[in-house]
Write a protein that binds this ligand. Sequence first.
Ligand code: 5AD
Ligand code: SF4
Length: 441
Amino acid sequence: MKSVAFHTLGCKVNQVETDKIRNEFLKKGYLVKNFDEYADVYVINTCTVTHISDRKSRAMIRRAIRNNPQAIIVATGCIAQTDSVQLAQIEGLTLVVGNRDKGNIVNIIEDWEAQDGEQQLKIIVQPITANDKPKAVHYMQHMQRSRAFVKVQDGCQSFCSYCIVPYARGPVRSKLPEDVLNEVQQLLGLGYREIVLTGIHTGMYGLDLEKWNLHKLLLMLLDKAEGDYRIRLSSLEPLEISAEIIKLAAGEEKLCRHFHIPLQSGSNKILTAMNRRYKREYYRDMVQKIARNIPGIAIAADIMVGFPGEEAEDFQDSYELLEALPICDLHVFKYSKRPGTPAALLQPEVSEQEKKSRSDKLLRLAKIKQDSFLKDSYGNELKVVVERQTGDRRYVGTSDNYINVEFEASSNMVGSFISVVIRGSENGIAQGSILNGLTNP
Ligand code: 5AD
Ligand code: SF4
């Protein structure tokens, strides 16, 4: 029996896509191995959002080649789409397959194996067009996580000046609503309690479909998908969180009280240079409005430091804005120059040392924000999905507002809903006790 091993870098969309590729290999009878084991085929699903993700992706390709130099080594994902020439220089690589064709890797391998004569490196990268819609997914097996991700759209056409993603992912394309519903129903049937709707630019869902948007998709799913479950949304841009979505999250128990809203900079000068189409005041008002309307909501932000031209006072604007807002967590990114993006030509660059110092300050602020959000939850009753067992009679679960809670229980509850009351915290993990037993064991 032939074997295959996978490694995924980058975002949730890439992970979902690897799941889909894995599924295709399983259908063909392949045995799935761990990445560090000997396998006949290795698939590395690369990321290029920063130069660090680039470097890590290349290191994983080289590691696969070391694990079995005779193996078929396939590099796919975002570096494959944007810079196949760079990948082609890695000796021992067999196939480079861009994002557009990654769903077809099993067939591409079969063709490659069948070809006569010398088998040379083959590069399959084609431009992504508006017609390359995300396909319906049919699951073969349970992925053994308590949370399931559904890719509802692909692509981004916002072209923030620092970002390589639109080049790696093409224009906005949405999965058909009926295919999203079908996928959600399959996953609920497999026992998942939490469905995360994800995409490259999730808030743009429906832009390419007639009369659809994210709010309408949510309403349809909540209406048609039956059972005890909840829906979480992945990152939404500030300009895409409509009043309707806020209202829905405030009133609908099945929609998690959790928004991830990238800010990127708290300086209007830098936001303009980034080609982000809102001002710091807009972001501030939006976050405050959400927090006012949805008690206990978890709001996380992405923030970038060291964009070209970011001066001390611009950074201070970012810091002070985030410090003042009811945010529970920060994802801090050091600006990374991506060749081919408009910002790559901007001057003056910020030194690596200064980027690190600014990033460290924000990471300390993130810790303060996390702690204070946790403290605010003491005494609250939360419904968690049990994620895993952590010790003898100890379990950890995640609440709708994204708090990890540890608690004691006597039976195996992984994958089910349970209500807990937060009593305190230890090492940053909330400690709770069970309130009223299992719902839907
Ligand atoms: N440098 C650093 N961070 C980046 N991101 C996107 N492009 C870059 C870049 N060139 C970050 C943004 C985005 C997150 C997914 O990745 O903060 O929100
Ligand atoms: Fe990385 Fe962006 Fe591609 Fe996701 S879409 S894998 S974050 S470059």
